[in-house]
Design a protein around this ligand. Sequence first.
Ligand code: SAM
Ligand code: SF4
Length: 349
Amino acid sequence: MAVVNDPTVEKRRSLPMLGVRSLVPTRVSAGPPPRSVRVSVTDRCDFACTYCRPSRNDGYADGRLMTPAWKTMFEALRRAGVRRVRLTGGEPLVHPEIVAIVAHLSSLGFEDLALTTNASQLARLARPLRDAGLHRVNVSIDTLDPVRFREVTRGGDLDAVLAGIDAAIEAGFSPIKLNTVVLRGVNENELERILLWAWEKRLLPRFLEVMPIAEGAKLVADHLVTAAEMRRALDAHLLPEEAVTDPGLGPAKYVHARHDPALRVGFITGTSDTFCETCDRLRVSSTGVLRPCLATDDGVDAGAPARAGDAEAIVEQIGLAWSMKPDGTIWKGCTEETAAGVSMRAIGG
Ligand code: SAM
Ligand code: SF4
């Protein structure tokens, strides 16, 4: 059983009973099995967003799981008690078999089956994905300016993304959440425009702080806009109420629109504040490594049993990976120094 970690980090601690080593302090008791899992179904992507990848030619991981191995992995997640799965990447929609993968996941009866996408391929795939049983879709869109969009994504076509969003609405996905990473000097002047455009389409906009993870680590010093600043910029449109999470549905904190209580906006504070104490996520990398935290390369390599079709062995490894979950009371998530070395695409952002 391969426990994967980064030997350059000094903070080491032996896990009791199992005799394996983890880089970070872990929870004393990991508690119930992970409820929520994010899967980087591929680390490939047709964009190279400035906060995620250094270039379009930065290369891809060897040993990505093929579809039969993913099926074994998903069966193991289900057996281990996982209730919610989100497919991400990389760009999940560049996976040639994404519809079949969703159909298989759907047949396993997860309570929630969602996908995060840059929407470049969503215009053609929204309907097939919906028919295959996908419940929800989140779309990343950082700007409504086509030139800026091309710059931030290093070549992306805004029109294709907008067509993808329209196709998702047409296919009946609801709610459709948006992710906008806000960067000072890049798109911070577009918050109001994006908010009003999203509300007009009955979408749920969410504004994210850039996190010091992967390429984002180079941007935080000069380009971080905190969620508090974002909220102040949108104050005129928001009710003066405390931002609150949707329990069990991730770290975003939501505020209602002043003019329509059915509309909300979310803020995600991955840098000015972390939310490790309440984190219930496990991640699966594109090569089949079970990763208990976004901000470290620690994990348990389940690629071999996935390829061998051994779901039972993976169930055991899920328990081990979960026991390596960092202690959320002292671990500061994406602000930890290990975060800069993590590949967002491989781990599944
Ligand atoms: N390719 C898909 C997409 O862009 O939606 C899914 C994968 S992407 C890694 C998932 C999310 O992570 C996107 O919303 C992206 O904006 C966000 N993300 C990537 N790097 C980030 C960083 N350094 N800080 C904050 N958010 C980041
Ligand atoms: Fe690709 Fe998503 Fe990373 Fe952008 S954020 S480079 S779309 S994986």
